[in-house]
Design a protein around this ligand. Structure first.
Ligand SMILES: *Cc1c(COP(=O)(O)O)cnc(C)c1O
Length: 496
């Protein structure tokens, strides 16, 4: 693999003919990887010890041929990562990306536009702004709404938090938390995405500012509990600044009562944010499942979840672009002057960044909203099929999500979930997870791949039907564990 010609610029910037040839070879190799993937296990055993040793001994003193390195990396990824683009991956919200999104990545790489300032990349910026406006319109937001692409849902939620603080006290931008006479606090449900805790930490309000509102027994924020908690905070002099409702919880795809949450936020002069990172794709299909989302001051929708772009693309939508501009204002003398309303560096958290919006543009352009409506409906049908077939086998479905995620409990009860998930993992063709829904373990299966089909679902049901839970063994195991634990705590008590 050692390269004879050690001219560094030749390896970094090959001439156009060799580059094009290498490009073709890479395309063919990736094509082979795609074709082979469904016949591999979803969770490979690797990376192998050999591969890891090679990595750790790589000192970068000796240049190597790119072709060899590329092959080595692809083998590492084939054998050493969960294959989230496998049709049997019924997993966390990681998609098999659309081909249009992959094309967008290649195009963005060749032109590498600097998208943070409009005057440098007007074509790219205008494409992103157009997509954002169309998505906001589709979500039912008022005219004049805007926003921007983000690295993902966490950044978009973080921006929502900063806007809420800015709206809560205009002096926040300059004085930080001192702008608030009393501690600000935010309200999310227990089933919300817990990145809110990190966000509160990073924004300086602290993790204790996050009120985790109890759910209603069905995984949705309980509006009565929400109102009570807000009123308690108001009475103790705290400053409620934001309700962040979840539209499509990570565990179970449940939607908080958006209209109610919006009304409560309005009544208390709070910012209303909707975290629809995954579930937001339902705007493609006008079902009313997201009713109330159009009332939000800001919305998070990930492009890299159900819209299935490649990783690292989220969207922040807002009916208050003026507030975003207050949050991210800056005056950098070296930056080219242009239309500041369209300069992302003064309207979003990032500065230099990738042209990720092209992924949504090409995908929406080729599929249209109708194509995406089919995509989400298809996923929902498959999740329904899984639930239906398993219910016939004595399983119960414990969530009633309008989305493509099923939380299921086996006939033997919650305790047996682990056995089933382990059995699926050791079969190798599928990946499902365990989650805690309303305090109890469930088997969670989410359709995240546009190529997963009915045959896959039926095969998964067969795998699950073949699992035998040995009641005796598991009961004996539980007894043994209890004895052991009580022994341990006695020992601890004795030693203290
Ligand atoms: C995935 C997810 C997030 C985090 O988004 P990233 O894109 O992973 O940063 C936040 N909220 C919800 C509801 C999510 O599903």
């Amino acid at each position: 693999m050692t390269k004879m010609n050690t001219d560094p610029s030749g390896s970094l910037f090959p001439d156009h003919d060799s580059l094009t040839e290498a490009d073709h070879r890479l395309t063919e190799r990736l094509g082979a990887a795609r074709r082979l993937m469904p016949s591999r296990d979803v969770v490979p055993d690797g990376p192998s010890g050999k591969w890891l040793r090679e990595l750790r001994s790589m000192g970068f003193d000796q240049p190597k041929e790119l072709a060899g390195l590329v092959e080595w990396v692809i083998e590492g990824l084939e054998t050493g990562t969960v294959q989230v683009t496998h049709p049997g991956y019924l997993g966390l919200f990681n998609p098999a990306p659309t081909f249009a999104a992959e094309c967008a990545d290649r195009i963005a790489s060749v032109f590498n536009p600097q998208i943070c300032v409009h005057s440098h990349a007007p074509a790219a910026v205008e494409i992103e702004l157009h997509v954002i406006r169309e998505v906001a319109r589709r979500a039912g937001m008022p005219d004049g709404s805007g926003g921007h692409f983000t690295s993902g849902g966490s950044e978009a939620n973080f921006t929502g938090m900063l806007c809420a603080l800015q709206a809560g006290s205009p002096a926040y931008g300059d004085d930080g938390l001192c702008a608030f006479a009393r501690p600000p606090c935010i309200f999310v449900s227990e089933e919300s995405h817990l990145a809110w805790l990190k966000i509160a930490h990073a924004a300086g309000v602290g993790r204790n500012a996050v009120r985790l509102i109890q759910t209603d027994g069905r995984g949705r924020m309980d509006p009565e509990a929400l109102t009570e908690t807000i009123e308690t905070d108001v009475r103790s002099g705290n400053v409620p600044v934001m309700i962040a409702a979840t539209a499509g919880t990570t565990n179970a795809g449940m939607v908080d009562p958006l209209t109610r949450c919006g009304e409560i936020a309005r009544k208390h002069g709070m910012w209303f944010h909707v975290d629809a990172a995954w579930g937001g794709a339902l705007i493609a299909r006008d079902t009313g499942a997201l009713k109330g989302i159009e009332e939000a001051d800001s919305i998070t929708i990930d492009a890299h979840k159900w819209f299935a772009t490649t990783m690292g693309a989220g969207m922040f939508l807002t009916s208050r672009p003026d507030l975003v501009a207050q949050v991210f204002r800056i005056d950098a003398s070296y930056m080219p002057r242009s239309d500041t309303a369209k300069d992302f560096y003064v309207n979003s958290n990032q500065w230099s960044r990738r042209f990720v919006g092209l992924r949504m543009f090409l995908a929406l352009g080729t599929a249209g909203w109708m194509g995406y409506a089919d995509h989400v409906e298809r996923a929902i049908r498959l999740a329904d099929r899984l639930a239906f077939l398993l219910q016939r086998e004595g399983w119960s479905l414990v969530n009633d999500s309008p989305m493509a995620v099923a939380c299921l409990v086996p006939p033997e009860g919650h305790e047996a979930v682990r056995n089933y998930v382990d059995a699926v993992r050791s079969d190798g063709r599928f990946w499902v997870s365990t989650a805690i829904f309303e305090g109890k373990p469930v088997l969670r299966a989410c359709i995240t791949n546009g190529r997963t089909n009915e045959g896959d679902i039926d095969a998964l049901v067969e795998v699950l039907a073949s699992v035998r839970v040995d009641h005796d063994t598991s009961a004996r195991f539980d007894r043994a564990r209890r004895v052991l634990e009580s022994g341990n705590s006695q020992a601890r008590r004795r030693s203290s």
